[in-house]
Design a binder for this molecule. Structure first.
Ligand code: FAD
Length: 421
């Protein structure tokens, strides 16, 4: 890769190049270990090696290929193939990153080592954790690991996505699908509502006597006015959303009986999609970087854990609000984190940055809406930049929604190329 391309790769989405000191970084020799080969980890490993060619960068990820959650709602609704969600990690090797096909089992923050499920131990000077989320089994009464076969969550893409798709396909016309949405924080704030839109679109086209009922633990959600507008326009007979104030909070499920219970009601479902409460993935507990919330507090400039030195947490696992838990955020946080690590290892002080996020959501297979946020991290805490960002216009012409759907396709192509090569 030539240096101009390298710098563009690193700088995409960043406001300044003054942070990067190629001469200083080129000499930096260090062992950098990254856990998790998703949007955050793959980008972090690639960027660290690009910035510090003399460093030894190792990515620990059990899979050979990554399966993307973004665009997986199109798979659930039958307009995209699951195979198109899979991205090989093999190009990391040509970028100089060593990919170790293993699961990180334990982390000793004092000794600065990672123990793998193969029994091997890796030493690090800096560790980047981007392991994503785990589901809180049992936090919603009745929703344990066994229940995911009857009532899929499909909140980690792969077999669960396929299962939910197949259940939806097998449902008779006239059947009822019920979706349960948790309280924040969770992975991808607008994701449940994009999924609801696309499932309602499928029902309208293929099973016109069927209906989707969305039971929500909250009353407000990302892009709510735009989603409500789209639902009223496209799916008045196929989608019903109940917020917390309308008894929407699910308190118990019975997977055997296909029943969902709220404070005052019981609903039977032919297909149930339970999106359960979540937490940072298990390895963050082992590292001692998750707090009592289940998520990982960090310094917003460097992404270094506030609980353990030399361990940086990025992506969904980190507490980065008001930045959302999105692939866009994980990818950009990975770049910023790698730059700050390069600075520190090269004897330079970390510098505050600006960060952005854009989340596109499909409301039909060829129309989309979006939200943009911009953030500062001065003083080690994230803040939204007043006056920056916004959402798509309401009551917009269909051509605007179609243009955003095309932008979403371009965004997905760009971020997967950048993360996975
Ligand atoms: P992940 O991408 O989950 O990657 C974590 C990786 O770590 C995994 O590969 C896992 O195997 C690995 N891992 C975990 N534990 C270990 C361990 N102990 N050892 C080794 N490896 C480990 N975001 C958007 O920006 N736009 C969208 O349109 C969008 N749509 C979405 C739609 C849906 C339905 C969902 C569920 C999410 C969506 N998201 C979207 C959110 C996005 O998927 C996540 O925010 C993003 O994947 C977070 O990246 P990450 O690197 O933190 O975690």
């Amino acid at each position: 890769m030539n240096s101009a391309v390298s710098r563009r790769l690193v700088l995409g989405g960043l406001a300044t190049s003054a942070l990067i000191s190629p001469a200083a970084f080129a000499q930096t020799r260090a062992r950098i270990v990254v856990v998790g080969g998703g949007f955050g980890g793959a980008t972090g490993a690639r960027t660290a090696k690009t910035l510090m060619p003399s460093a030894e960068v190792t990515l620990i990820e059990p899979s050979e290929a990554y399966t993307s959650c973004p665009f997986s709602n199109l798979v659930v609704s039958g307009v995209r193939r699951l195979e198109d969600q899979s991205f090989s990690l093999s190009s990391l090797g040509s970028a100089g990153v060593r990919h170790v096909r293993a699961r990180a089992e334990d982390i000793n923050a004092q000794a600065q080592t990672v123990t793998l499920d193969t029994g091997d131990t890796l030493a690090y000077d800096r560790l980047i954790l981007s392991p994503g989320i785990d589901l809180r089994w049992g936090a919603l009464s009745g929703y344990d690991l066994e229940a995911e076969d009857q009532m899929p969550h499909a909140w980690k893409a792969g077999p669960q996505t396929d299962l939910l798709r197949r259940q939806l396909e097998a449902m008779e016309d006239g059947g009822t699908m019920v979706m349960s949405v948790p309280a924040a924080p969770y992975r991808c704030p607008p994701g449940p509502y994009e999924r609801a839109s696309l499932i309602a679109n499928y029902l309208k086209r293929q099973k016109p006597r069927s209906k989707l009922i969305v039971l929500d633990a909250k009353d407000d959600f990302s892009k709510k006015p735009l989603f409500l507008e789209a639902w009223a326009k496209h799916y008045p007979d196929h989608l019903e959303w109940r917020g917390a104030i309308d008894d929407g909070r699910v308190i118990r499920v019975d997977a055997g009986a296909m029943e969902l219970e709220t404070d005052f009601d019981r609903l039977n479902a032919d297909v149930a999609n339970i999106i359960p409460p979540q937490k940072a993935a298990e390895i963050t507990d082992r590292a001692g970087v998750a707090d009592q919330t289940g998520w990982c507090p960090i310094d917003a400039v460097t992404f270094e854990s506030t609980l353990q030195p030399a361990i940086h947490v990025i992506g969904d696992a980190a507490i980065a609000a008001p930045m959302p838990k999105s692939a866009f955020s994980a990818n950009l946080q990975a770049k910023v984190c790698a730059i700050q690590i390069a600075r520190v290892l090269s004897g330079l002080a970390p510098e505050p940055t600006r960060l952005v996020n854009t989340c596109y959501s499909y409301t039909t297979p060829d129309q989309a809406i979006s939200i943009v946020g911009a953030y500062s991290n001065e003083g080690g805490a994230f803040r939204s930049l007043a006056g920056a960002g916004g959402v798509s216009p309401s009551d917009a012409d269909v051509s605007v929604r179609e243009a955003e759907a095309r932008q979403a396709v371009d965004w997905f192509a760009a971020i997967t190329r950048e993360s996975f090569g």
